[in-house]
Design a binder for this molecule. Structure first.
Ligand SMILES: Nc1nc2c(ncn2[C@@H]2O[C@H](COP(=O)(O)OP(=O)(O)OP(=O)(O)O)[C@@H](O)[C@H]2O)c(=O)[nH]1
Ligand SMILES: [Mg+2]
Length: 294
């Protein structure tokens, strides 16, 4: 029978820092003499700083769909076409991921087009397939920390995260990127924003329309609260502790799904007790959050 492997689906808006996160995590693991594998699932990728174990561009590239005289897609339609092509050729993915051994950890660097996560079936098909190949998955939604600073952007970012979460039905971690770009004052505010009081933020900073939409805002706040979505894991590459904490959170969430089996992942590297060994057990019960009824 197949053996359990572990993977993160790294998703989030265009340019939010997904590929950079993957590269940083791979580098971090190397420094700990562990191995984190990365697969590029972005058919439009032009550059990334990791060594991919699999690259969807070997199967299809966005240029193929744009330059084909019959298809003649633009860049976004072309991307959707390519992802659909991947979803219909998942044997390729399975072969490409043969190199991922039991207990190994894989990151899937995904494209940034938000429609892939909100209403198209493609990513869900990929998730289902990977699960059938004994991959234990979680999604890591990378959001630019600039979003936090503006309550309206925060709400729209959260809605994007929520729709991905509902669509993919995976344990979900929100990861804040680009912390190094925040000003000192913004950094000081950050602790308030990591578990923000949305109702308060919208009332205080919501702009001229917020009074008119007070009822709507309250409903939004309620919805987001009820999915326990308003929590962020800060990620600053220049801060090793931060990288370690983020990994712990992710393991924690996956462990909530994977149970005790997860303990084995750790291996014997220097980072024992850092990646994988989670004290106190998971605070997040996936079942509670992802039971959308049937
Ligand atoms: N300063 C800083 N820049 C970052 C960080 N993360 C990403 N960037 C920059 O943001 C830009 C986009 O980063 P990517 O990692 O390519 O983002 P992405 O989400 O993979 O983008 P798409 O694949 O196009 O959706 C690049 O110029 C990165 O160097 C960060 O933590 N700090
Ligand atoms: Mg990318």
């Amino acid at each position: 029978s197949l053996q359990t492997r572990y993977a993160q689906l790294v998703i989030g808006p265009a340019g939010s820092g997904k590929s950079t996160y993957c590269a940083n995590l791979q580098r971090h693991a190397e420094a700990c003499r562990r191995r984190i594998l990365v697969a590029n699932l972005d058919p439009a990728a032009e550059h990334f700083d990791y060594q991919p174990v699999a690259d969807v561009r070997d199967l299809i590239q966005v240029h193929d769909a744009m330059e084909d005289s019959e298809l003649a897609f633009g860049p976004n339609g072309g991307l959707v076409f390519c992802m659909d092509y991947l979803a219909h050729n998942l044997d390729w993915l399975d072969n490409a991921l043969d190199a991922v051994a039991e207990d190994e950890y894989l990151l899937l660097d995904c494209p940034g087009q938000i429609e892939l996560y909100c209403h198209l079936p493609v990513m869900r098909q990929i998730v289902d397939y990977l699960q059938s190949r004994e991959f234990r998955l979680c999604s890591v939604f990378v959001l630019d920390s600039q979003f936090l600073v503006d309550p309206c952007k925060l709400v729209s970012g959260l809605f994007a995260a929520l729709s991905a979460m509902v669509n993919l039905e995976l344990p979900h971690v929100n990861l804040l990127s680009k912390l190094d770009l925040l000003s000192r004052a913004q950094k000081r505010q950050l602790t308030d924003y990591l578990e923000p009081d949305l109702a308060h933020l919208l009332a205080e900073h919501g702009g001229p329309l917020s009074a008119r939409y007070a009822g709507l805002n309250a409903a939004v706040v309620d919805l987001i609260d009820s999915y326990s979505l308003v929590r962020f894991v800060p990620f600053d590459v220049s801060d090793e502790q931060c990288v370690t904490d983020a990994l712990l959170q992710e393991r924690d969430y996956e462990a909530a799904e994977g149970g005790a089996e997860h303990e084995r992942v750790n291996g014997d590297g220097d980072c024992e007790g850092e990646i994988g060994a989670v004290g106190g057990g998971p605070q997040f019960n996936v079942e509670d959050h992802l039971d959308f009824g049937s």
